[in-house]
Design a protein. Structure first.
Length: 184
């Protein structure tokens, strides 16, 4: 399910994907609270503001589950469609013109219209930010790479469930998904 401005624009070339910056991942005591996720909000706000000012599409990729979702056999119940926990945290609230894509699995591409939206906006480069680095961020980045998109994941704008998983995912992204010529 998609909400917001999905109209075609010419020559954008890039988009910002904001992944799962939802109450059920960020609020204290939330079912899947990601330690450190609140600390990335100021950096993510800067990326969002810069994207909006530059005419770059800001696309919120949001978990949206139904009661009894098979994912709840792996993870606690979270981001149930229509619940407060499935909402984007207040500090990063989408604005008119932003696009919201609801997902039911780890990748923002799986069973969504994200690829069509990106194609309609002539996007070839994605900046991916949000949570969790080793799950939804990584799987969306891998799917983007497999579809031919250039992928960037700013260190200051992602958070993981554990420091080890976070570091592993960033290393995978840098060493496997980023062309050698673009590595720092």
């Amino acid at each position: 399910m998609t909400e917001g401005n999905t109209k075609k624009t010419e020559g954008q070339g890039e988009a910002l994907l904001v992944i799962d910056m939802l109450n059920d991942f960020l609020l204290e005591g939330a079912p899947l609270e990601v330690t450190g996720a609140r600390e990335i909000i100021p950096f993510l706000k800067k990326h969002i503001e810069a994207a909006r000012q530059g005419g770059v599409p800001v696309i919120y990729i949001c978990d949206s589950h139904t009661s009894g979702d098979p994912e709840f056999e792996v993870w606690p119940e979270h981001a149930v469609s229509g619940s407060a926990g499935a909402g984007v945290v207040d500090e990063l609230e989408p604005l008119p013109g932003d696009i919201i894509v609801r997902k039911t699995s780890y990748s923002g591409f799986y069973n969504t219209d994200l690829e069509e939206i990106l194609r309609d906006h002539n996007v070839r480069q994605l900046t991916i930010a949000g949570v969790c680095t080793s799950i939804c961020v990584l799987y969306t980045a891998v799917d983007a790479f497999m579809r031919g998109y250039d992928v960037e994941v700013p260190d200051d704008s992602v958070a993981g469930l554990s420091p080890e998983d976070h570091t592993f995912a960033l290393r995978q992204i840098r060493e496997v998904l980023v062309p050698r010529r673009d590595r720092e």
